[in-house]
Design a protein around this ligand. Structure first.
Ligand code: SF4
Length: 397
């Protein structure tokens, strides 16, 4: 018997262990309604039905065993949230055009930001509930004076498997050795152009040479791959896509082309968006050996390698082919607000109850309730562009 929508809704309510494939089906249903490709009169057709059955059978046996996750971290679509991004500061030493308006953004006064102890206490709460990966973001995380201590304390949390950082690389080269000793295990460096003059235009600051130095320092220290985040904007850097790919020939880096996303104040316009398919076409024409690599279900990137190249190439297709069905991400902002979706405007403060003396169980209740309110997917790029959200510099990507 084919499963019908009402059975799936019951299944959604009853099951908390679901694979990405089944989330994909749920997301598909929510977007398409009861008819359309894959659905007939509210029932899944043969192919979709098979996917549904397979995902129900296989998920609990493998994934749940490997990742004991508290119910707090599971949303109503069965997505396990094992990845926490923590923004350490709202400040940055660059002024990237896609991240913030030219005049800068209003910053919260320091006492409103989470202290080191508060960050560690909240992080511990997430990790002890099943989070296995933390990424430090900003603003620019390396400008926080206690960054090394934060790394050391977080990397020592029992159960944490990876401590990552996304940085603009401006001051990284000098700090990286120490950060590595403090447990920083994964590194993404943002770089949107290989042309120094353009870098200055795009970031409204100098420093291209320092970023390149940081990339080399990261390679020398054994980070592999060093991930390079490149936001592609038509008319700004789309002419450099193949030059970035060329870097992967010799360097063990993963160049990640990111579709331009709308955030408050970054003057997003669909005309500036270079869709994934177009980028792929550009790369494929020059690098004919381009081959797709199998992606992990929670992977946000579409990954490729090129025969003979040390590094790899990826595309983050948040706008044209979102990956919400496999989303495992949560965000803790520098002011202590908790955000379950990058493009969802809703936030709940964890700082305020924490400072009022709410205990761990009380905080877990607040976190769990917010996760249960998480939507199946973002609203689509045109709606996102109209919905008030924070500037990227406040969210940390
Ligand atoms: S848009 Fe929201 S739900 Fe989709 S992948 Fe990003 S954070 Fe997850």
């Amino acid at each position: 018997m084919r499963p019908c929508i009402s059975n799936i809704i019951k299944w959604q309510a009853g099951l908390r262990n679901r694979s990405s494939a089944s989330c994909e089906i749920m997301s598909f249903i929510l977007h398409k309604g009861s008819d359309g490709p894959g659905l007939r009169n509210g029932h899944l057709d043969g192919t979709m039905s098979k996917m549904y059955a397979t995902s129900c059978e296989t998920f609990p046996a493998d994934a749940r065993k490997d990742h004991p996750v508290s119910d707090m971290l599971v949303d109503t679509f069965g997505r396990l949230h094992t990845y926490l991004r923590i923004s350490l500061t709202e400040r940055c030493n660059l002024r990237c055009q896609y991240c913030m308006p030219a005049e800068g953004v209003e910053l919260a006064p320091s006492p409103q930001l989470l202290s080191q102890n508060e960050i560690v206490r909240l992080a511990n709460l997430f990790v002890s509930s099943g989070v296995t990966k933390i990424r430090l973001t900003g603003g620019e995380p390396t400008i926080r004076k206690d960054i090394e201590e934060i790394c050391l304390r977080l990397s020592n949390l029992s159960g944490l498997k990876a401590l990552a950082m996304t940085t603009n690389g401006i001051t990284l080269a000098n700090k990286l050795q120490k950060l590595k000793e403090c447990g920083l295990s994964l590194l993404n460096i943002s770089l949107d152009t290989l042309v120094p003059a353009k870098f200055e235009f795009m970031t409204r600051r100098k420093g291209h040479d320092r970023v390149m130095k940081s990339i080399d320092a990261a390679i020398e220290l054994g980070y592999s791959p060093v991930k390079i985040n490149c936001v592609v904007m038509r008319g700004f850097n789309d002419d450099e896509i193949c030059d970035f790919v060329g870097l992967t020939r010799e360097k063990p880096i993963n160049v990640r082309f990111i579709e331009f996303m709308p955030f408050d104040g970054n003057v997003w316009n669909v005309k500036k968006l270079v869709p994934y398919t177009e980028m792929l076409d550009i790369v494929g024409k020059q690098f004919t050996e381009l081959q797709r690599i199998q992606d992990h279900p929670t992977e946000t990137a579409k990954n490729f390698r090129i025969e003979g190249h040390e590094g790899t190439v990826s595309f983050i297709t948040s706008m044209t082919e979102h990956f919400c069905a496999g989303c495992n991400r949560l965000r803790l902002l520098a002011d202590g607000n908790f955000k379950v979706c990058l493009f969802g405007p809703s936030e709940v403060s964890l700082r305020d109850p924490l400072r009022r003396g709410v205990d761990d169980d009380g905080l877990k209740e607040i976190i769990g309730a917010a996760i249960k309110r998480k939507k199946a997917a973002h609203a689509g790029m045109f709606d996102i562009a109209k919905t008030p959200n924070r500037p990227m510099i406040h969210i940390g990507g």
